[in-house]
Ligand binder design. Sequence first.
Ligand SMILES: Nc1ncnc2c1ncn2[C@@H]1O[C@H](COP(=O)(O)OP(=O)(O)OP(=O)(O)O)[C@@H](O)[C@H]1O
Ligand SMILES: [Mg+2]
Length: 443
Amino acid sequence: MRLPVYPRSLASRTLLTLLLGLAAVQAAGLTIHAFDRIELQRFAALRDLGMRTMSIYRSVVATSPGERSAALHEMDLGPNVSVALSDGPPMAPEATPAPYSGQIRVNMGLVPLRPVNRPRDVEIRGTPWSDAITVAFKFPDVGWLVLRVVQPRPRPWHSPTFLLAFVLMTAAAAALSFWAVRRLTGPVVLLAEAAERLGRDVNAPPLPERGPEEVVRAAVAFNTMAARIRRFVQDRTFLLTAIGHDLRTPITRLKLRAEFIDDDEQRQKFMADLDELDAMVSATLVFGRDTADTEPAVPFDLVALLRTVLDDAADARPDAADRLSFAGPARLTVQGRLLALKRVFANLVGNAVKYGAAARVALGVEGALAIVTIEDDGPGLPPDELERVFEPFYRVEDSRNRETGGTGLGLPIARNILRAHGGDVVLGNRQGGGARATVTLPA
Ligand SMILES: Nc1ncnc2c1ncn2[C@@H]1O[C@H](COP(=O)(O)OP(=O)(O)OP(=O)(O)O)[C@@H](O)[C@H]1O
Ligand SMILES: [Mg+2]
């Protein structure tokens, strides 16, 4: 079953459950207390009723029948009592006996009375739960004394100290629940924040390992996991750079040997292939260095960075300078590894200029994400190549010529760096032709 307003956070859910439980316990406690008090008050009321009526009777019975009316007039009867003298039995036969009439009779016996004055008969009537009770005494000589007593209603809550104690108890229990829930859910929030940080930066500082046992265990487990991920990434990168490094020597040796090939055309082709291989190895080493980079994450202005990248691109390709543009806010501070991100945007803007002869950069903010799009006027990419170009060394066939000669590592490096920041990059085609690279980066 779902409540219409069921809170979303663990803390408020737990708190709500605890408070509902507390309310149920309090309600049960109050009910028990109320029944108890009603019973007690009724007991006291019946005692009072028995003794008061009997006292009035005792005062009147001693006088002679003729003087009784006058005596009653002078008497202070107390509140809620009306009195009358009657000749015959005053009760209608169908009237029901008062509840607890047995108890009333017992309490009447507590008033001392000379045996001659004892009433010949006592009738008690009242409907159950009505608050008026009629008590009639038959005088030993002649006539009846009829008393009608209005009983006070039971007041189960009528105790200021009880109410104060109740409010204080409830407030204290609620405050304690609130405190306990905050304390219990605090570490969960910390853990979520740490996982979020780790997603953006593998070298994020570890969680503090202190507090209650369970929290320490979770923190230790989390830190161990983070260390393993770091080591895994490092091992891979070392492997990559080691291979790149070791390939350099044989390539150099091959180049030397190629010099001895007599056929000029064959030699040139051989050399071109070796140059390409050399470029790939160099790019691999750069890739390794980028990934292993321990450049610290710092806050910086993304707008300034994008403008610098565009200026550099304009310097490198003066012919395309008028097709480079920037649109977006005047400044936007983000947290990240500045040099690595500069490499990302230099690569994307470089691609746009190289393959699309233009680079229109736009910056926007959506929620907690900065979104940078880089659009060009080139041929775009075949749909099935849009993801493949992110594979290392993969290049679309058309661009495999000398003029644009790259190694095909620009996009994988860019994606690698962005994902390490908790962001990403995707390529797409524009409606009117041309490619669009979309970068997301936590702002
Ligand atoms: N804006 C673009 N328009 C058309 N094709 C593109 C665009 N950007 C990238 N590509 C294609 O994706 C391939 C891979 O790009 P990537 O940046 O990874 O490598 P590169 O530019 O060839 O070499 P490098 O960046 O390592 O010097 C490119 O060779 C090109 O074919
Ligand atoms: Mg490139």
